[in-house]
Write a protein that binds this ligand. Structure first.
Ligand code: HEM
Length: 535
């Protein structure tokens, strides 16, 4: 334990030595009392009734009865690994964050996940993959909680419960596991057409990756970086796998699902164990921090939009290598708690309304999932920087705090001064805030189709065939024709040929577009999208 009563940080390969490890050479009770027999209950004679006084029996069964904790409300199924991140220093002109300065090497823990399925669901389903990274920096933990798709379904976090209700299994029948294969999903995305760009990615081969070692990662939102001089810039984060981006074809994914539902987690763990350590380059697209926060007509605060790399190239700022498997799934992969608000000085959030809602949600859900407010003391969540938070007590408190005055300033034991001149986190960029209180989107959020079209038209013919096949397969599972027809209307707004092909596959008429797409302020669709399509 350090001088604040915090236990020592976890080792990179998990678990800390100490009395929480199962160290006795003998079997004991939880009180450390040696046992002679753990196979027979205490009974009144060999055939007699079991005696309530058998403490070992009660303790053993009672502990087992409480082994399960709630799974994550989304991203419940995951696989994780430890590694290191090495900065190449190129970001030092953009941010003062210590782990992004030249030569800095930082331990990381990465959890990959599917979104919709339960903890026991299959790996190779058609679904978005989560890509969450915890950097144990010298300035405290920084989490980059991203996905393998650069855009999101919705623009405002207030819609997140609605979205997730639509993708989770049917309330009466508890089917299916796959995110995109039922009426409520298609009902939601055809009624909330802001989702159409992400749905296009979702119907592409991106959502059936060949390996977790071969997926990209995106921070999705625009973040703000602050450098030593206090200058700011806006960035989007990208993870680029050194192995390239590769996918399965749909039939392969279906077969793999049946043959080995654990295919992705097995592949990741086996590769790391065999020394084939997967690597990703971390990069940023950089934008001027202008007042309107727009870039080439695309709103940087709209999380349903991405910026093509032709317009803003990705500059590589470091490389991550995953080199060790967790030693205990529950302690590490299950109990790790990521949060987009875990920021370090030099990295800040923007006003993206999806990001703002996420800042509330993760801590809130973890209070339930991990049993109260002290889950930051769980080894995998502990910062590798000294802590003095003046938080006290609470369920599952592990620390024995010293001192009598957990408040500041105090004149009793001088606790916890701020370092003079230290900018710290969370007030990096003092900014004026003003505006009328309204519940509405900016006009720039109204374009729902141009990026779906941009993505579709940047695909090779075979990839377009896969997308047509995916829309047809998934929509065919809807019971309600009116939902299929409404989704076809969105496809008509995106691309007439795509719409015609899917409609033919469903045995329905292809609708005509109802919007005049030349009249909107949609960004040009002519730019090819180089980073897309390397399946
Ligand atoms: C979990 C990504 C939007 C709520 C996760 C995880 C990832 C992720 C990767 C899994 C973390 C882990 O491995 O433990 C994203 C991305 C989003 C997004 C990239 C949009 C760009 C949202 C929104 C909300 C939300 C809008 C709520 C308003 C949650 C919750 C969890 C979660 C509650 C479970 C956390 C836990 O139990 O530890 N998200 N998410 N997410 N996300 Fe999101």
């Amino acid at each position: 334990a350090d001088d604040q009563g915090q236990p020592a940080p976890v080792s990179p390969t998990g678990g800390e030595a100490g009395d929480l490890q199962q160290q006795s050479a003998y079997l004991t009770t939880a009180q450390g009392v040696r046992l002679r027999d753990t196979d027979h209950s205490l009974k009144a004679g060999p055939r007699g009734p079991v005696l309530l006084q058998d403490h070992h029996l009660r303790e053993k069964i009672q502990h087992f009865d409480h082994e399960r904790i709630p799974e994550r409300v989304v991203h419940a199924r995951g696989a994780a690994a430890h590694g290191t991140f090495e900065s190449n220093g190129k970001a030092s002109k953009l941010t003062r964050a210590a782990f992004l300065q030249a030569g800095a090497t930082t331990p990381v823990f990465v959890r990959f996940s599917t979104v919709a399925g339960s903890r026991g669901s299959s790996d190779t389903v058609r679904d978005v993959r989560g890509f969450a990274t915890k950097f144990y920096t010298t300035e405290g933990n920084y989490d980059l909680v991203g996905n393998n798709i650069p855009v999101f379904f919705i623009q405002d976090a207030i819609k997140f419960p609605d979205l997730v209700h639509s993708v989770k299994p049917h309330p009466a029948r508890e089917i299916p596991q796959a995110q995109s294969a039922h009426d409520t999903f298609w009902d939601f995305v055809s009624l909330h057409t802001e989702a159409q760009a992400m749905v296009m990615w979702h119907m592409s081969d991106r959502t059936i990756p060949r390996s977790l070692r071969m997926i990209e990662g995106f921070g999705v939102h625009t973040f703000r970086l602050i450098n030593e001089a206090g200058e700011t810039s806006l960035v989007k984060f990208h993870w680029k796998p050194r192995l390239g981006v590769h996918s399965m074809v749909w039939e392969e994914a279906l077969l793999t699902n049946g043959l080995d539902p654990d295919f992705h987690r097995r592949d990741l763990a086996d590769a790391i164990e065999a020394g084939a350590h997967p690597e990703w380059d971390l990069g940023v697209q950089v934008f001027a921090d202008t007042e309107d926060q727009m870039f080439e007509g695309i709103d940087l605060l709209d999380p349903t939009k991405f910026i093509p790399e032709e317009l803003a190239p990705v500059e590589i700022i470091g490389t991550m290598t995953l080199n060790a498997n967790p030693t205990n799934y529950f302690a590490e992969t299950e109990q790790v708690a990521f949060h987009p608000g875990h920021l370090v000085p030099g990295i800040d959030v923007t006003n993206d309304p999806l990001l703002q809602g996420r800042l509330f949600s993760y801590l809130d859900t973890q209070l339930t999932r991990l049993g109260g407010s002290n889950f930051t003391q769980i080894p995998i969540n502990r910062p590798h920087a000294p802590v003095n938070d003046m938080f006290r007590d609470g369920f599952n408190q592990q620390a024995v705090h010293a001192g009598n005055a957990p408040y500041r300033p105090n004149s009793v034991d001088g606790g916890c001064p701020f370092k003079a001149g230290d900018a710290g986190a969370f007030i990096d960029v003092p900014q004026a805030v003003e505006g009328q209180m309204v519940r509405e989107n900016p006009a720039s959020f109204a374009d729902h189709y141009s990026q779906a079209r941009l993505f579709y038209r940047s695909m090779s013919p075979v990839e377009q065939e896969h997308i047509i096949g995916a829309y047809t397969f998934e929509l065919a599972k809807c019971y309600e024709d009116n939902i299929k027809i409404r989704q076809l209307q969105s496809l008509a707004e995106i691309d007439a040929d795509l719409c015609a092909e899917v409609a033919a596959g469903l045995g329905l008429d292809a609708p005509k577009p109802q919007l005049d797409h030349n009249a909107t302020s949609e960004p040009s669709t002519s730019a090819a999208v180089s980073q897309i399509g390397e399946t």
